[in-house]
Design a protein around this ligand. Structure first.
Ligand SMILES: CC(C)(COP(=O)(O)OP(=O)(O)OC[C@H]1O[C@@H](n2cnc3c(N)ncnc32)[C@H](O)[C@@H]1OP(=O)(O)O)[C@@H](O)C(=O)NCCC(=O)NCCS
Length: 162
């Protein structure tokens, strides 16, 4: 498995392409089809990912085996690595990809002298919360984000110190 940095427009197209089935399948039961569409058209769009990389210092990586099986988006902050996105295709879940991805993310943090990874996760995303706990994350607080379009994200802030 490799973690290939997203650099070109074509790479971003690949991220956008694998985001859609993951989001439709995983999040429709959690937040509803309409909000999923809104998230895909905004937060997971080519335009937004491009802006995050070019203007906000985000790094994206495709998780690849024979083909792309997931992706990661993160931002190096002053005191922590913020893990904005980690998505593994449903057929590849539960087989250790997430743990390997987290090892890679921690290695990136270490390179920047950081020892903390933070993320936010939907409060009803029970499977992923369970996986994060297994990976050593602890819930820090409840957070709520207004993401426009009349939608809010009711999340937990979770952190891993290592
Ligand atoms: C969350 C996610 C990235 C984890 O990736 P994954 O490849 O399934 O994770 P792994 O198979 O490496 O599992 C990591 C650990 O969590 C555990 N785990 C995974 N799913 C679990 C579940 N539903 N319940 C309990 N433990 C779980 C595994 O047993 C493993 O622990 P171990 O290494 O001690 O055995 C992946 O499931 C995913 O993409 N989910 C859907 C999208 C999503 O919600 N992303 C997060 C957005 S905030």
């Amino acid at each position: 498995m490799v973690f290939r940095e997203v650099v070109t427009d074509k790479d971003i197209d690949e991220v956008v392409k694998i985001a859609r089935p993951i989001w439709l399948e995983h999040y429709s039961p959690i937040i509803g089809a309409e909000q999923v569409e809104y998230m895909l058209e905004n937060l997971h769009s080519k335009k937004n990912i491009k802006e995050e990389i070019a203007e906000k210092g985000y790094l994206y990586f495709l998780i690849e085996e024979a083909e792309a099986i997931g992706y990661i988006g993160l931002q190096i902050r002053e005191e922590e690595l913020f893990l904005s996105k980690i998505y593994v295709a449903s057929a590849a879940r539960g087989q250790g990809v997430g743990r390997l991805a987290m090892d890679y993310i921690k290695s990136l943090a270490r390179e920047c002298d950081l020892r903390k990874v933070s993320l936010t996760v939907n409060r009803n995303n029970a499977n992923s919360i369970a996986a994060y706990r297994k990976l050593g994350f602890a819930k820090i607080s409840d957070v709520c984000f207004d993401i426009g379009g009349g939608y809010v994200m009711d999340d937990y802030l979770m952190e891993l110190e290592f």
